[in-house]
Design a protein around this ligand. Structure first.
Ligand SMILES: [Zn+2]
Length: 407
């Protein structure tokens, strides 16, 4: 295997200048241990292309700093038995926070992305009051799970964050704008805070999960809820665009005379392929008789979860609403596949629970619309794995590892 050093982007002058070759090698070793643990020093040397002596020196340092532990002796047919290396999961804790429009989930994680505890608080109310409440709950969690140290707090939220000022630029579904979440939370807890858009966090989580081949470094995550968010990692780097606003494909118009979107425009992808769109399709199909009092308010209570349940029960109106949503979800995904040609595109959200129905519709749309026929693998994620929350842990830990390089 060729050296991982070749994958470091030399156009990224800030990173290249601030890191010595030794720092880079250290992150490569640490990441190989994380991805392939338990792993022998010889295997690290083989996979990285580094000298055995270099790997041994770096490993000793990582053991001294409690990043890596020696354990489990490997079983080889003959000869010396190597001592295997693994990540010291207990080295530090990480706090993950997933802010969604109504509910915010807090979690304590060990270094190996295992959640030790989770709790939920309501997201509503004045943003300053929310930040104060969140700070108190983080401190309570740290007291309940005393670790020798905490590495930091990672936050995912449905909005875009200016990567230089770290302020929230917009988060329409939260009703917040131009907000500094980072400074007050850092002051309240004494921990470093990393903020990221939810779709970007999911893209990070996906790359961090290790379920893709090591050569996969072009990955797109599409989060589907009442909104549609897109996070893009291209050439191993998160794309942020000017002021961090890149990825708002949800507000690209797919149907010029389509329904009005929350953003004010008409026919946005989000207005056609989101959970909210499926709920609207369902409501429209069940309130056809004009003047029928109360019909609209009765159907307004049908949530997206209800639609998925109704589909399971064979309700034809629900099936039709879901199929219509899936068609437009696929149309938008085809746009991303054609325009970005990622190795992998993952879909995140409750809609993946019905992937056996939705997946083929999406695949058809991609086949029909994407003339480039690139071999992008379109995959659902597992909602039980909590991709947004996994992303918040990766956000905090990634600076110690080599994937991906952040700017
Ligand atoms: Zn829009």
């Amino acid at each position: 295997m060729r050296s991982r050093l070749e994958k470091i982007d030399l156009n990224n002058i800030t990173v290249a200048r601030s890191e010595t070759a030794r720092d880079i090698n250290r992150r490569i070793v640490l990441n190989l241990v994380r991805r392939h643990q338990p792993i022998s020093r010889a295997a690290v040397a083989r996979r990285s292309g580094m000298q055995r002596s270099t790997v041994s020196a770096i490993t000793e340092q990582l053991i001294a700093e409690r990043w890596v532990m020696e354990g489990a002796v490997g079983h080889l047919p003959r000869g010396r038995k190597p001592t295997f290396l693994h990540l010291n999961a207990e080295r530090a804790g990480v706090i993950g926070v997933d802010i969604q429009p109504h509910v915010t989930t807090l979690a304590v994680s060990s270094m190996d992305n295992r959640f030790l505890a989770q709790e939920q608080i309501s997201t509503g109310g004045d943003p300053q009051e929310f930040i104060a409440r969140l700070g108190h709950r983080v401190i309570d969690l740290m007291r309940a799970y005393p670790k020798s140290s905490y590495e930091g707090i990672g936050i995912s939220l449905p909005g875009r964050i200016d990567s230089s000022s770290h302020r929230l630029i917009f988060a329409p579904n939260l009703g917040w704008s131009d907000l500094d979440l980072k400074t007050p939370l850092q002051q309240a807890t004494g921990l470093a805070v990393e903020l990221e858009n939810a779709a970007n966090a999911c893209a990070l989580a996906e790359l961090w999960s290790g379920r893709h081949l090591e050569g996969v470094n072009n990955l797109v995550a599409v989060t589907v809820s009442d909104e549609i968010g897109v996070g893009m990692i291209m050439n191993g780097q998160l794309l942020r665009g000017t002021t961090g606003a890149a990825g708002e494909f949800g507000h690209v118009a797919l149907l010029p005379n389509g329904p009005q979107c929350r953003c004010g425009n008409f026919g946005c992808w989000e207005a056609l392929g989101s959970e909210a769109a499926a709920m609207r399709y369902y409501a429209e199909s069940t309130s056809v008789r004009k003047g029928e009092v109360g019909s609209k308010s009765a159907t307004a209570r049908v949530s997206f979860g209800d639609i998925l349940r109704l589909v399971e029960q064979g309700d034809q109106k629900a099936e039709k609403a879901l199929a219509q949503m899936a068609h437009y979800l696929g149309a938008g995904i085809a746009m991303l596949v054609t325009g970005l040609a990622p190795d992998v595109l993952v879909v995140v959200g409750e809609v993946t629970r019905a992937w056996k129905r939705v997946g083929p519709v999406v695949a058809d749309a991609v086949r029909a619309r994407s003339f480039t026929h690139v071999n992008t693998r379109v995959l659902p994620t597992d909602p039980e794995a909590q991709p947004r929350l996994q992303g918040t842990i990766a956000l905090v830990l990634q600076k110690h590892f080599d994937v991906p390089v952040r700017v």
